[in-house]
Design a protein around this ligand. Structure first.
Ligand code: CP
Ligand code: NVA
Length: 310
């Protein structure tokens, strides 16, 4: 059951790990799995499979969605944190990966540097999923694009405005734009720009940089933002509050976007900082669907990584 898979192990460490065709399949499965969930129809293709969830940073959505998702698929989970495992006592990542992956069928990790999850995956016998690193948050963008498709159809050819920090979410949106064929309008305060090499994208073709966040939002089909200070960067909080003051998504910004533009935020949100309450709690906001869709999209992801195309 564990580890001795008959097909090569696939990991999901960044958005670019899947092709556009594979995304089309995963989104289709997510819709089917969601429909079954809503109808209280059992869907348990992962009976007797176990997931290890390793959290080195805090989480609400990622933990609840992966944990309930795995149970709903018929499997079970083991929850580890830095503080209550040998991970926090300097056991080498390679050794942890070798041991954990002999006992479970799939691993989800939320950690700091992308290099840590890459190293773990290199020594893992089973699929490893990135549940957020400093550089990427692919599961969130998977759910976000699934949410966009549900509300507006294909994202191909559309424009996504990113207002705020050039962080893990921004990097992942850029990767997604290259793979799925949409455009990102990026507006970040100076000093907080996206670094294309960190984002891991090939060219500048799929994004455009704007000094003024209003200009980034003009004509956009989706406006999205995130906290000014990501986990692990708390020491920069004061400097960031000053630098980001003009990067609050407000009704004026939504007003210059496309008339049926959506607003998304991966959450947790700080009303009055990166987003005005009238926007996140307003009619264009789909943040609750976006949060719920973590569950359905990740169930499709786990099914795909463990069973391939059904
Ligand atoms: N959006 C997201 O990943 O939320 P959590 O930090 O609560 O998991
Ligand atoms: N960019 C944020 C996302 C939280 C889900 C962080 O890394 O803290």
């Amino acid at each position: 059951m564990t580890a001795a898979t008959s097909h090569p192990v696939r990991h999901y460490l960044q958005f670019s790990d899947f092709t556009a065709d594979e995304y089309a399949y995963v989104f289709k499965r997510a819709a089917i799995i969601k429909q079954k969930f809503k109808a209280y129809e059992k869907h348990q293709p992962l009976t007797d499979r176990t997931m290890a969830m390793i959290f080195e940073k805090a989480s609400t959505r990622t933990r609840v969605s992966f944990e309930t998702g795995m149970y709903q698929l018929g499997g079970s989970v083991v929850h580890l944190t830095t503080g209550d495992s040998q991970l926090g006592r300097a056991e080498p990542i390679e050794d942890s990966a070798r041991v954990i992956s002999r006992m479970v069928d799939i691993v989800m990790i939320r950690t700091f540097g992308q290099d840590k999850i890459e190293l773990f995956a290199e020594h893992s016998r089973v699929p490893v999923i990135n549940g957020l690193t400093n550089e990427f948050h692919p599961c969130q963008i998977l759910a976000d694009i699934f949410t966009f498709i549900e509300h507006r159809g294909s994202i191909k050819g559309k424009t996504v405005a990113w207002v705020g920090d050039g962080n893990n979410m921004a990097n992942t949106w850029l990767q997604a734009s290259e793979i799925l064929g949409f455009k990102v309008h990026l507006s970040t305060p100076s000093g907080y720009e996206v670094d294309q090499s960190v984002a891991g994208i090939r060219s500048t073709d799929s994004y455009k940089v704007f000094k003024d966040p209003m200009e980034a939002c003009r004509g956009a089909d989706l406006v999205t933002t995130d906290v000014w200070t990501s986990m692990g960067f708390e020491a920069e909080n004061e400097a960031r509050r000053a630098a980001f003051a003009d990067w609050c998504v407000d009704t004026e910004m939504m007003g210059v976007a496309h008339t049926d533009a959506l607003f998304m935020h991966c959450l947790p949100a700080h009303r009055g900082e990166e987003v005005q309450a009238d926007v996140i709690d307003g009619p264009q906001s789909v943040v609750w669907d976006e949060a719920e869709n973590r569950l359905h999209a990740q169930k499709a992801l786990m099914e795909f990584l463990l069973l391939g195309k059904l």
